[in-house]
Design a protein around this ligand. Sequence first.
Ligand SMILES: [Zn+2]
Length: 276
Amino acid sequence: MYSKYFWRDPWIGNDILATRFPRLFALDSAKKGSVASHLASVGWFWEWRRSIRGGAEQEQLLHLLSLLSTVSISEGEDRWWWDYSTDGLYRVSSARSIIASFDYAPFTHQTDWCNSVPIKINIFVWRLKLHRLATLRNLESKDLSFDNSCCALCDVSEESHSHLFVRCDTSYQLWCKVGSWLDISIPIWNSVDDVWIWINSFSHNRNKKLIISVIAYSTIWNIWKLRNDIIFKEHKFRKSHVFDAIVVTGFNWLYARYHKSTLNWTEWLQNPLCSL
Ligand SMILES: [Zn+2]
C-alpha cells in the first residue's frame, strides 16, 4: 500500500478516504499524493491549504488519525497477501480447504452425465435440473423487470422452467410429435422434473434409455433455442422445422460419439428405437 494513492485508493477498508473524510480531502494540497508521500519519519503529515478548524474538520482529523493508528506501513514493494495463510502466500491447498469448509446446501439432483451428448448440453441440462436457467421468472426473482414476462412460445402463461419445457401447448405438441416418431406415448407432465423420472423408467433397457435420453435432451435444447430465437431474433417459427431440428440434432450427437458403424440415418428417420 506504500505506493497507493492516499485519498483515492481503497487501502484501509472498502471505501476510499476521500469519501470518508471529504472535508480533509478538500483541504489537502496533495490530493494525488501516495501513502508514502503522506508518511514522515515521525508519523503522518499533510500540507493543508489552511489550518484545520474546529467542529467537523477537527472531528474528521481525529477520526482519520485514529484509523491510521491501526495500520502499520512497511517500506518496500506492494504485494498481494492471502489472508488464509500465515505467510500471506496463496496456495491451492488452502483455497481448497476454505471452500470445503463452506456449508453448501445438499444437491437434490444427482449429476447424471450423458456421454452421448456434448458437454455444453450436459451443463445446460444440469442447470435446468437445478432450476437455474435464465427464464423470465428466475430473472424477475432477481429484481429484473420486463414489460412482458409471458412465455415466448405461447404468449399466454408466465415463463417458468416447467411451463416452457413441458406445460406450454407448443412444447407439449412437440413432445407428442416426438412420441409419435418413437411410437411411445408421452405422459402429461406437470413439471420438468417429471421428464427425468420418465427417462429413468426405461432403465431396464440400456439402449432404449440412451436413445430416449438423447432425444429428450435434443427436444429440450431445441425448445430453448426456439425460445431464444423468438426473443432475441424475433424469429418466426414452424413447429415442423423445430421437430426436424430435434431429429437431426439427436442423430448428430449420437453419430459423432459412439455409433458411427451402427447408426443408420434412414432407420433413424423411421424410428430411432429400432436403429440400435
Ligand atoms: Zn407457453
